[in-house]
Every structure is written in C-alpha cells, then in structure tokens.
Design a protein around this ligand. Structure first.
Ligand code: GLY
Ligand code: MN
Ligand code: MN
Length: 375
C-alpha cells in the first residue's frame, strides 16, 4: 500500500472532523480551502465548481471543461461534470440525493460567492448552514513541515529583494513609487517567486501613513521615509515583510524616534511569542512599547495575522484574542506608527511558533539606513 498523499490525509482529517461533529458535508468553492483539501487550484468564477466532502466521501461538481485538469491535480476520483448547455443546479440536486444530504448541517466555504450559497440554500431548503472554517481552521492553522519549508523559501526571496532594493540608496531618489514597486516585483520573480502575495506597498513620505497605500506616481524625495511591504509566493505560500527605509538625505528627528520605537516594539512582539502564550500577549508586548513611547495612538491596527495559503488568516494577533499559540502556527509581527500627513513606519517579519519558542522567517536588515548592517 502506498502512503496517502498530502491532500488525501487532509481530506481524511476533514472527513473525521465532520463525523465527530455530526455534520453532513463541507462544500468548498475555488479558494484556499479547496486547494488545501484537493490540490486543485483555480480562480473563483461564475461557473458552478464545488468540492463536496462528507464523512464518507469526496466528490467534485465541475464544468465539463475542467474534468481532466481536476483529475490531474487531485486524488478525488469522483468528478461529476455539467456542460455549458445544462442547468448545473439539476446536478446539485442529483448529487445531494446521491450523498444523502440536505436534512442536517452543511458547511459552505467562507469565501463562496453569494450567488452560489443562494443556489445551495434553494437546493437544500431543509438544511442548516455554517462556515467551512468551523472545521478547516483547526486543520490549517498549524503548518506541516512542507508548508513551513515553502514559507521559509518565500521569506528568503523577500529578504533578498529587500536587501537589493535598500541598496538602491540615492538611485531611488526621483523614482516613482510605481517604478520602485515594478523593480521589486521583477526581482521577486527573478529570485524564484511566483506572483505577488498582495499588491506591493511603496508608501513614500505622507503616503506611508496609510498602512495599505499601494503605490502611485509620487516621486521619492531625499529624507523621505518609504514603507516597503511586499512578498511573493513559493509553492503557493506567500512571503510578507515590511521595512521602512530612507534612501538618501536626512530624515526628520521625529522619524528617528518613531523608527526606533517601532523597532523596539517589533522585537518585543517577537520575543513574546512562544507555545502556550495567548495571541493577545504578543499584541500587548508590542503595543505597550509604543504606548510608553507616546505613539500608542499612531498604532492603528492589530500586531499581526496568520499566514498560510491565505496571506491573512488565523491566528489574528489582536488585543482581544486569547487563543493560545501552538507549535507550527505562522504569523506576522508588524507594529507600525502612522502620522497622517507626515509619514509612517512599519517593521514586519513572519515568525513560526516552535516547541520551545519562536523562529523568525525573515532576516533582512531592519534599519532605516540604505546600506548598513543589521538591527
Ligand atoms: N501588506 C499586508 C500585510 O502586511 O498585512
Ligand atoms: Mn505586509
Ligand atoms: Mn502582514
């Protein structure tokens, strides 16, 4: 007997979780959940494409044109197809009868379009509905060794590009944020990444005060703090790191103090990480530094978020989350201070909870200086 593939064992764990909770089925839509369970990946689209998982079985409902693609990517052998001239809801009814579902509780993908949840509600009017995360969050939140290796490599690629971009120094002056973002993205691809984790953030001067400013036409000026937040995917897993750099010229005094405070908060957050620690203790460790240094009001977001197939996923490192951290959890530690109209500073690494502490996935210099060593 051959060992089950990664997706086979994930499907088995999902089936066991359904059985334990007396749930009828899990219904996934193209999303990270579907990729996690089946190995098949696609964009969400207007055609009906679902993975049904029950305590006993798994099957796809898919457009005919996807038949071979799904069979190649996934160990799920039962693929029921519909053609573009058919009404896919008829197939849903037949699948429901075949699986014997519709009287109990069904979990639908958290990111399924409303268009399709409406169809499922109409097809199974007597069922009650919940979200797939009820069972999948517990499976996905601790990463296995292969997932960790992919995340480590994605982080290494981001680190390398971070160092290369920082080394632009005075050459970055006069470039627009969009030009710098294009440089970053080309280098991520050249270093072995596949696509960006999210739209690259290059926030120069006042734009850095908007945590999710992307990039625009503003030119980088001497003395500008520039928030550089980016990542690429490696084997499907994303990098996500932030550094705040002054490429040339002298930054203002206030920036020096803010950067120093954010760096201290970042290290305090990472140092607080360990198994058995509540997520909110990590947030507290970082937030307390910024409060004590007078910048508490400028820290306008949570300290971090889990990272896996989704770049934002549980566990969320917020002031309220009392969930205990466990080995294998991966998340960001990214305190920031945002001074509207002036500048922003954020410093972000990804970390893994280990059996006895924490492993940082990122190791590029955290200084604001363009060419100097590590902090
Ligand atoms: N740029 C997204 C994040 O760091 O959360
Ligand atoms: Mn980020
Ligand atoms: Mn992040």
């Amino acid at each position: 007997m051959t060992a089950p593939s990664v997706t086979e064992s994930r499907l088995e764990r999902a089936r066991d979780a359904l059985a334990e909770r007396d749930l009828e089925a899990l219904i996934c839509f193209p999303s990270s959940n579907l990729t996690y369970l089946s190995g098949f990946e696609d964009e969400p689209m207007e055609r009906h494409l679902f993975l049904f998982v029950t305590p006993e079985r798994a099957l796809f409902v898919a457009p005919e044109m996807y038949d071979h693609q799904i069979r190649e990517a996934s160990p799920v052998e039962d693929v029921r197809t519909w053609s573009d001239d058919e009404d896919p809801t008829r197939l849903l009814e037949a699948v429901g009868d075949d699986l014997g579902i519709g009287e109990g509780r069904l979990l639908v993908d958290d990111r399924m379009w409303a268009l399709f949840t409406q169809d499922l509600r109409a097809t199974f009017p007597d069922a009650t509905f919940g979200l797939a995360s009820e069972v999948l969050e517990a499976l996905r939140i601790r990463k296995d060794e292969a997932e960790l290796e992919a995340l480590r490599e994605a982080a290494r690629i981001s680190d390398r590009v971070s160092e290369e971009i920082r080394a632009f120094g005075p050459a970055a002056i006069g470039m627009t944020e969009a030009e710098l973002a294009a440089e970053i993205e080309t280098r991520l691809e050249d270093a072995g990444g596949a696509g960006v984790s999210f739209e690259t953030v290059v926030g120069g001067g006042p734009n850095g005060a908007r945590p999710h400013h992307r990039h625009g036409d503003r030119e980088i000026e001497p003395g500008d703090p520039v928030v550089l937040d980016f990542g690429t995917r490696y084997e499907g897993y994303p990098g996500d790191q932030t550094r705040t750099v002054v490429f040339d010229g002298e930054p203002c005094e206030r920036f020096l103090d803010v950067h120093d405070a954010v760096l201290e908060a970042h290290h305090a957050g990472v140092e607080a990480v360990g198994p058995g620690v509540e997520a909110r203790e990590v947030d507290r460790a970082a937030r307390q530094v910024l409060e004590e240094r007078g910048y508490g009001e400028g820290f306008i977001h949570r300290t971090g978020h889990g990272v896996g197939l989704d770049v934002h996923e549980p566990p969320y490192i917020t002031s309220e989350n009392d969930r205990e951290l466990e080995p294998g959890m991966v998340f960001s530690v990214e305190p920031g201070v945002y001074l509207e109209g002036a500048f922003g500073v954020r410093i972000e690494d990804l970390v893994v909870v280990t059996d006895d502490g924490v492993e940082r996935l990122n190791d590029s210099p955290r200084t604001w200086r363009p060419l100097e060593g590590r902090e």
